[in-house]
Write a protein that binds this ligand. Structure first.
Ligand SMILES: [Zn+2]
Length: 444
């Protein structure tokens, strides 16, 4: 077992790598930090115990940070564990993940968040930042011990009842007031419960044709609108999880124009897939919030490009086979996302010219670390690829492509919606404080 804080890895010199997609440079990782960026002296090759990597054709980004991961431990270790989930994270280029609170028991006490945090350190594949529940047992009735979770060893800064919405406006207001004291953020799963009772797919012409209960856009937008106003009223930070509609984008855009303290995320699957897929009745496409229309997808891409949507977050949601291998109506909501996130973002945002690699670094590393307040402190993430910064680095081969095969996943689950699709890009190596946590054949 390697403690995740270890910095005892062999120094690594990555030659001719395109840092943030720019001109080729050499990147020297030593003693857990980036020792130099630029042209490394030739002697570096001969300086004894050092690993040389030919980075020709590769792009280097800071280690990715996921603000929204379901690791399922404790309670559903048949679907995922901290060990397997963080292994999948490393394969996807992530060096830190925020583990959602809807476990069993719920992460609503200092004890549970510390347990998850400790399991992450022991596994050592990526730093695990536990998310604390907003309400006890995700029941939406009374606030969980937010202060104790913030003060715990896990140092929780993100609180969410994700999976369900904090629909009570008074509780939401109190939560926003409470976390202000320690600069926390409430990450809201925006879903008006009455408007979505029994709903399993996007409301529209297709839901009528398929005979499935529709999930109207306004069920999300009504909560987004309410919460940006509450956050403004309290002067506290709100983060909107998995934005999925054009209307939500418009509300967040307006809120930001007014300078309100709101941030938002979009998932890779909402950037790529549409509700047309539901016509297959394949439960792999059942997700919360549901896949939306092509017009919504276009609005989400545009908003991620112009910064209205701050970040990409995976909402990696593993489920065991029996929860997905069944009728549409009874199947669980959720999709795997850690290992395919970067490829989907390359496909939808980079290869379309909407974002460059520096833009991807901002939206998948720097901004999520800032929102989760893990960009400073003992083990910082989302930092620039600059001398003296932690050696959290991902190497990508943008010219590679592969057909997605769920059987090859490091996750314990297989509910991957991209099965059989050919996606561009490959994560060829991930370094956590200079130590490789994922390497593809022959690179090191
Ligand atoms: Zn979620």
């Amino acid at each position: 077992m390697t403690p995740s804080a270890s910095t005892s890895a062999t120094p690594t010199l990555i030659r001719n790598v395109r840092v943030l997609g720019g001109e080729p440079q050499d990147l020297l990782l030593r003693d857990g930090v980036i020792a130099s960026v630029g042209t490394a002296p030739d002697e570096a090759d001969r300086a004894g115990d050092i690993t040389i990597v030919d980075g020709t054709g590769l792009v280097a980004l800071p280690g990715l940070v996921d603000l929204h991961t379901h690791l399922r431990e404790p309670g559903r270790e048949d679907a995922e564990t901290v060990e397997t989930g963080t292994l999948a994270a490393a394969r996807g280029g992530f060096t830190a993940v925020h583990a959602m609170a809807n476990t069993d028991p719920v992460a609503d006490t200092a004890g549970v968040v510390e347990q998850v945090w400790r399991l992450g350190r022991e596994a050592g594949h990526a730093d695990v930042r536990p998310v604390g529940a907003v309400t006890v047992g995700l029941q939406g009735e009374r606030l969980a011990e937010l202060g104790a979770m913030a003060d715990s060893a896990a140092g929780v800064r993100v609180f969410s009842d994700d999976g369900v919405c904090v629909s009570d406006a008074v509780l939401m207001r109190r939560a926003l007031e409470y976390v202000k004291a320690f600069d926390g953020v409430i990450a809201q799963h925006a879903q008006e419960p009455r408007l979505t009772e029994g709903a399993t797919m996007n409301e529209g012409e297709l839901s009528g044709r398929l005979g499935l209960r529709g999930w109207p856009s306004v069920a999300e937008e009504a909560i987004v609108a309410r919460d940006v106003l509450l956050a403004a009223h309290v002067g506290s930070r709100v983060h909107i999880c998995h934005l999925s509609t054009r209307g939500s984008v418009e509300i967040v855009r307006l809120a930001k124009q007014r300078g309100l303290p709101v941030t938002a995320e979009v998932t890779p699957h909402h950037l790529l897939l549409t509700d047309e897929l539901v016509a297959t009745y394949d439960p792999r496409y059942k997700v919360n919030p549901p896949l939306r229309s092509a017009d919504d997808v276009a609005a989400l891409r545009e908003a991620l490009a112009d910064g209205t949507i701050d970040i990409v977050a995976t909402d990696h949601a593993p489920h065991p086979l029996e929860a997905k291998d069944c009728e549409w109506d009874v199947a669980a909501f959720g999709m795997l996302g850690l290992e395919t996130a970067l490829s989907v973002v390359q496909h939808t945002m980079v290869d379309t010219g909407l974002l460059d690699w520096a833009g991807v670094a901002e939206r998948m590393s720097a901004a999520p670390a800032r929102i989760g307040r893990c960009d400073t402190g003992e083990l910082p993430h989302g930092r620039p690829l600059a001398e003296g910064e932690p050696a959290n680095v991902v190497l990508i081969d943008p010219s590679a492509s592969a057909t997605v095969d769920p059987a090859a996943s490091a996750s314990l689950s297989r509910n991957m919606p991209y099965e059989g699709m050919k996606l561009p890009g490959a994560v060829v190596a991930t370094f956590l404080r200079g130590r490789p946590t994922h390497v593809t054949g022959g690179l090191l």
